[in-house]
Ligand binder design. Structure first.
Ligand code: THU
Length: 139
């Protein structure tokens, strides 16, 4: 069972979550109809946004978190301090399982956040990346 840090959001977290919700409608999701928005803030204080982009060749689909993360990395914004994610089409019965970042995104985030970097999940709460991915692979 994942340990949630807390459910109440600090002002910077709430603001970032709003940005994630706002970008989610830009997702390209003709196959799943499941729109996800991500917003990250890095060491530079700038907000980087992403939404999921699907493809008819399904395996090419790119998650919202990675769209945002790659922009932050090439801008030199490491380490990422907070990542907010909003799955605006997730039905309530999915709970946190249908809202937290997928395993691939956790691995990518772990490389660019400090272990105590915060992941704010809409409808679930605040986690650290180390809690979402204990023992991440690092070279
Ligand atoms: N998706 C994300 O954008 N982020 C995640 O962490 C999990 C899944 C997307 C991929 C696909 O377009 C849709 O959600 C359904 O899996």
């Amino acid at each position: 069972m994942l340990r949630l840090v807390r459910t109440e959001l600090a002002p910077d977290e709430a603001e970032l979550l709003e940005a994630a919700r706002a970008v989610a409608p830009r997702a390209w999701v003709p196959f799943s109809r499941f729109r996800v928005g991500a917003a990250l803030v890095g060491a530079d204080g700038v907000v980087y946004r992403g939404a999921n982009v699907e493809n008819a060749s399904y395996g090419l689909t790119m998650c919202a978190e990675r769209v945002a993360l790659f922009q932050a990395v090439i801008a030199g914004a490491r380490p990422i301090r907070i990542c907010a994610v909003a799955c605006i089409d997730a039905p309530p019965e999915l709970g946190s399982a249908g809202r937290t970042p997928c395993g691939a995104c956790r691995q990518l985030l772990a490389e660019h956040m400090l272990p105590d970097g915060r992941v704010v999940v809409d409808g679930a709460g605040v986690y650290t990346i180390a809690e979402l991915l204990p023992e991440a692979f690092h070279l």
